[in-house]
Design a protein around this ligand. Structure first.
Ligand code: PLP
Length: 426
C-alpha cells in the first residue's frame, strides 16, 4: 500500500504546531510516546463487546488481559473498588451514569454551565438537559466560590435524584463532605465529575471525592495525561443503597447497572487500543515521576496566577487551588473572543470562557481560561510562568499592533524550542 503522504504531512504539521506554541488550554496535555504507541496498535482490529470473561466474540483472551490490567491499575490509583474503562469520552461516562441511575424526566442538580459547569451537567443544548429536568447552583458573586447554601436550598426545595459536582472552569477545590450531607438530606445520589483535576486528586493534592460520592467519572486525557477517553469509578456504595432498578425492574448492584449502561446501554464495541493506552497512562500515574508532575502543576499554576494578578488581571476567586485560572478581562476592555484570537496569532493557545455573571454571549464571553498541565508536561517550571504572562500581556495590551504580535510569536518559538516535544518523532 502506498503511504498516505497527504495525511501524514498534515499530522507532521500538527506536530510542529504543538512543538512551537505555548499550550495553555486547561483540558489539554501531551501524552507520552508509549501512550500514543499503544493507541496506534493492533487491538484497534479487535471486536470485544462485553467485559473481560464475558465477551460476545471469540479471540478475546489477550484483550481481556489488557482491559483487566487497565481496570486494576485505575482502581489502585484512586483506591477504588470498581471501575469501568470503556467509555469513549468523558461525556459518554456521564451519559452512562445518567442512564444507569435516572429515569427520563428525573431532576438533576449541577453547576451552571455559565458559572464553570459542563454541558453534560444539564445544559439545555445537551442530552442531560433534554432528557432530565435540570436545576442549577452557581458561585457567589463576591467570592467566585461555589454557593453551597444555594445548592442546599435548591436541593431541599426540588428534591433532585442526583447532585453533580465538578466543573470545567473552576479554580477552587470542592467540599465533597458538604455536598454528600446535602444529598443525604434529600435522598440524592452524588456524582463527582473530576474530568479536570483528576491528576491532582490521584496524588492526594486536592480533596478526595471518592469518600463522599456514590459515583466518580473522569476523562483520561486532561490532567491524567492519557489517551482521549472516559472512566467511571466507585469506592463505596457499589451495592446500590438506593435500590435503583435495571431496565427489567430488578434491583442490581450499582456496578452491574453501570456496566450495563455503558454496554449494551450506550456503546457497542469498546476501543481496546485506547483502553490499552489508558492502561499505559495509568501505569505512569502510579510512578513517582507523575507525583512530581502533579505537584509541579500546582506550583506552576500558583506562580502564573500571581504573575497575572501583579499585572492587574482579575482572577475569579482571586487565585487557584488546582491547574487552571479563570480571568475576567472586562477591566482590560477586552472580550474573551478577541483575546483568544489575538493570542492565537502569537501561537499562545487558550480558550475564551464565560465568567460568572457574564453579560456577553458564549460566542464572545468576557473571559479566558488558562491552564498549565500541558506546559508542565513540557518541563516548564515556576520561573517560566512570569515570562509567559509577560508575553500574553504584551499581546493583550495592544491587540491591533501586528508588528508586536509577530515579535511575540518569534519569542514564543525560541522560548519553546528549549523544551523539546517528541524528539523521537524527528
Ligand atoms: C472535559 C469534561 C467532560 C467531557 O469530556 P469529553 O471527553 O470531552 O467528552 C466532562 N465533564 C467535565 C467536567 C469536563 O471538564
Amino acid at each position: 500500500m502506498q503511504k498516505d503522504t497527504q495525511l501524514f504531512d498534515l499530522i507532521h504539521k500538527e506536530l510542529e504546531r504543538q512543538r512551537n506554541g505555548i499550550e495553555l488550554i486547561a483540558s489539554e496535555n501531551f501524552t507520552s510516546l508509549q501512550v500514543m504507541q499503544a493507541m496506534g496498535s493492533v487491538p484497534t482490529n479487535k471486536y470485544a463487546e462485553g467485559y473481560p470473561g464475558k465477551r460476545f466474540y471469540g479471540g478475546c483472551e489477550v484483550i481481556d488481559e489488557i482491559e483487566t490490567l487497565a481496570i486494576e491499575r485505575l482502581k489502585k490509583i484512586f483506591n477504588a473498588s470498581w471501575a469501568n474503562v470503556q467509555p469513549h469520552s468523558g461525556a459518554q461516562a456521564n451519559t452512562a451514569v445518567f442512564l444507569a441511575c435516572l429515569k427520563a424526566g428525573d431532576k438533576i442538580l449541577g453547576l451552571d454551565l455559565s458559572m464553570g459547569g459542563h454541558l453534560t451537567h444539564g445544559s439545555p443544548a445537551n442530552f442531560s438537559g433534554k432528557n432530565y429536568q435540570a436545576l442549577f447552583y452557581g458561585v457567589k458573586k463576591d467570592t467566585g466560590t461555589i454557593d453551597y447554601d444555594q445548592m442546599e436550598a435548591t436541593a431541599k426545595a426540588e428534591k433532585p435524584k442526583m447532585i453533580i459536582c465538578g466543573a470545567s472552569a473552576y479554580s477552587r477545590d470542592w467540599d465533597y463532605q458538604r455536598i454528600r450531607s446535602i444529598a443525604d438530606q434529600v435522598g440524592a445520589l452524588v456524582l463527582a465529575d473530576i474530568a479536570h483535576p483528576a491528576g491532582m486528586i490521584a496524588k492526594g493534592l486536592l480533596n478526595d471525592p471518592f469518600e463522599h460520592s456514590h459515583i466518580v467519572t473522569s476523562t483520561t486525557h486532561k490532567t491524567l495525561r492519557g489517551p482521549r477517553g472516559g472512566i467511571i469509578m466507585m469506592r463505596h456504595d457499589f451495592d446500590n443503597p438506593f435500590g435503583v432498578k435495571d431496565p427489567k425492574g430488578n434491583i442490581r448492584p450499582m456496578s452491574a447497572l453501570l456496566d450495563l449502561a455503558v454496554f449494551p446501554g450506550m456503546q457497542g464495541g469498546p476501543l481496546e487500543h485506547v483502553i490499552a493506552a489508558k492502561a499505559v497512562s495509568f501505569g505512569e500515574i502510579l510512578t513517582d515521576d507523575y507525583t512530581a508532575y502533579a505537584k509541579q502543576i500546582i506550583r506552576n499554576a500558583q506562580a502564573m496566577s500571581a504573575a497575572f494578578v501583579k499585572r492587574g488581571y482579575h482572577l475569579i476567586s482571586n487565585g487557584t487551588d488546582n491547574h487552571l485560572m479563570l480571568i475576567d478581562l472586562r477591566n482590560k476592555n477586552l472580550t474573551g473572543k478577541k483575546a483568544q484570537e489575538t493570542l492565537d496569532k502569537a501561537h499562545i493557545t487558550l480558550n475564551k470562557n464565560a465568567v460568572p455573571f457574564d453579560d456577553k454571549s458564549p460566542f464572545i464571553t468576557s473571559g479566558i481560561r488558562v491552564g498549565v498541565p500541558a506546559i508542565t508536561t513540557r518541563g516548564l517550571l515556576e520561573a517560566d510562568m512570569e515570562p509567559i504572562v509577560e508575553m500574553i500581556d504584551t499581546v493583550l495590551s495592544d491587540t491591533a499592533n501586528e508588528g508586536r504580535i509577530a515579535e511575540v510569536k518569534s519569542r514564543v518559538h525560541s522560548f519553546m524550542s528549549k523544551f523539546p516535544l517528541y524528539p523521537e518523532l524527528g
